[in-house]
Write a protein that binds this ligand. Structure first.
Ligand code: NAP
Length: 343
């Protein structure tokens, strides 16, 4: 196996921001391993993607118990990369995992019980070969478990040395306030929220979550900032065969409506006028007012990571540009996580 030496200039390429009121800095662009890190992807590609990200100054890698397929295989693959390419670099990395969605059969394999969260965290650590993750999340709000129990489990995980920080994902504004208060009382602050957010999925604005996070001093990491690839040049002129929309996974081709594609073409024109690709503008837009700490992308090719990281070269928007974007940045029915934040 070729030995990997990270790019020496990696930290001069990326920008970093404090995650809320914590002391933890995150890169403005982070890499998620939801897709393209399962058993259906060659290990060599996974290595290339992780190395390209780290070379570009991306220090934050986001996982969850169920990423694959099969569930767990993304963590196993990342564990292998930690033992090979990233050996010796653990302290330069912020690694997160989560529990909330279905992971194993029976009553203890999903949602928000103490029983599930603590055993799932142990399993994730084992798969990755880690003593601790940097951030551990409750992946979704559980309406049937007392929030005190779910937050208590996060606090216990930190006190047991299995995570350094905790966060929540897809919680609405009201539940976020309650969770933050419980965690504050326990002495383990909630430092990060992971919501879906992009130009055509703007629930965090309507729900008041962005304001809540500011008030609570909680940082945020926006997932699907490219709307799973819709906010890139990928689908402007039809659906290419090497795309998520053809894989029968989370990007249902019905989401690529004529109206959505027409608007995305208009957004692409605006990006062109800014001297950016559409992906770069979509990421800059998510980060535009400092309300979001980092944009959490996925990638199936190294060139996509390079393109996305280029977003940080132009993060400024004029009022006129934002107004023009608003004309075409219409909500589409693409928020697969709406149910979690609606309770
Ligand atoms: N907390 C939660 O519940 C939750 C839910 C979902 C995701 N997440 C996190 O968010 C991460 C990102 O999600 P996502 O992968 O859906 O995000 P995304 O960045 O919106 O979409 C990534 C996809 O867009 C395409 N793409 C990326 N960069 C491109 C570029 N420069 N040009 C053209 N196409 C480009 C690729 O599609 P192709 O594969 O078609 O090439 C890539 O797989 C996940 O890995 C996970 O960590 C969290």
């Amino acid at each position: 196996m070729m030995t990997y030496t990270p790019a020496e200039d990696r930290y001069s390429k990326m920008k970093y921001a404090y995650c809320g009121k914590s002391g933890l800095k995150l890169p403005l662009i982070s890499l998620g391993l939801w897709h393209n890190f399962g058993g259906d992807t060659p290990h060599e590609l996974k290595r290339e993607l992780c190395r390209a990200a780290f070379d570009a100054g991306i220090t934050h890698f986001d996982l969850a118990n169920n990423y694959g397929p099969p569930a767990g295989s993304a963590e196993t693959a990342f564990g292998e990369i930690l033992r090979t390419d990233f050996a010796g670099y653990r302290d330069e990395l912020v690694i997160s995992s989560k529990a909330g969605y279905h992971m194993w059969d029976g009553p203890y394999g999903e949602w928000g019980s103490r029983k599930y969260l603590i055993s799932s965290c142990d399993q994730s650590l084992k798969r990755m070969g880690l003593d601790y993750v940097d951030i551990f999340y409750s992946h979704r709000f559980d309406p049937n478990t007392p929030l005190e129990e779910t937050m208590g489990a996060l606090d216990s995980i930190v006190r047991a040395g299995k995570a350094l920080y905790v966060g929540i994902s897809s919680y609405n504004s009201a539940d976020t306030k309650r969770a933050a208060a419980i965690l504050r009382d326990l002495g383990t602050p909630c430092i990060i929220h992971q919501p879906s957010y992009n130009m055509i999925n703007r629930w965090v604005e309507r729900d008041g979550l962005k304001e809540t996070l500011k008030e609570e001093g909680i940082g945020s990491i926006a997932f699907t900032p490219l709307a799973q690839g819709m906010l890139t040049n990928k689908y402007l002129n039809g659906t290419p065969s090497d795309s998520r929309a053809t894989q029968g996974k989370s990007l249902n081709p019905n989401m690529l409506s004529d109206k959505a594609i027409a608007n995305i073409n208009k957004l692409n024109d605006i990006a062109g006028k800014r001297g950016q690709t559409l992906a770069q503008m979509a990421l800059a837009w998510v980060l535009r007012d400092g309300g979001i700490t980092t944009a959490l992308i996925g990638a199936s090719k190294v060139s996509q990571i390079t393109d996305c990281v280029g977003a940080i070269d132009n993060l400024e928007f004029s009022k006129e540009e934002l107004a023009e974007i608003d004309v075409y940045a219409n909500e589409e029915d693409i928020n697969l996580w709406a149910k979690s934040s609606s309770t």
